[in-house]
Design a protein around this ligand. Sequence first.
Ligand code: FES
Ligand code: FES
Length: 215
Amino acid sequence: MDNPLDLDATISRRDLLLVGAASAAAVKIPPANAAVPAPTPDLPTSLAKVSLNVNGQAHELALDTRTTLLDALREHLLLTGTKKGCDHGQCGACTVIVDGRRINACLTLAVMHPGAQVTTIEGLGNPRKLHPMQAAFVKHDGYQCGYCTPGQICSAVAVLDEIKRGVPSHVSADLTARPLLSAEELRERMSGNICRCGAYSNIIDAITEVAGGAA
Ligand code: FES
Ligand code: FES
């Protein structure tokens, strides 16, 4: 004869399973008013159409929604001038200019920038017609291996624009006055761009020359 204690245990386990299944089902049912994203016609749900204007050229891309702007540039548009260093927002090698502001392209998804104007190192100049910042880096030996250089140059171009627009930095003494073009200001503003070759002082010389010329 069955032990009543065993029967209790069986019922208890069954009840427990039923309760668990009911809870799981309840979790899976979305609330009646939840916004359901409309599926994109013609594309698998993980792809999205993204329009980008890169270096003056319009592009329509079908990208996995998890694609970073950096991978969109390098892997899809084959613009490999922008470098992948840490892929974690810590080195600045992937710096590009988006709608006039410098950003780390590894830290942002391409789908977050529909219609954006993106400038990469390829859009600033070319070997026959260098951008003044590129020419200054060459003149002042602002690089050794060159891996960080595209990001440094994009950042430097954006920094001079920030200073021109009066955007203060953490070392600006007066937040209401136009920032100085001092080495201290430039070092602070360029601090997100790491150079493992240690070309920092030459980079500052290059930026200072361009800043002086532009002032
Ligand atoms: Fe983007 Fe290093 S690769 S910050
Ligand atoms: Fe080599 Fe900067 S030039 S990391």
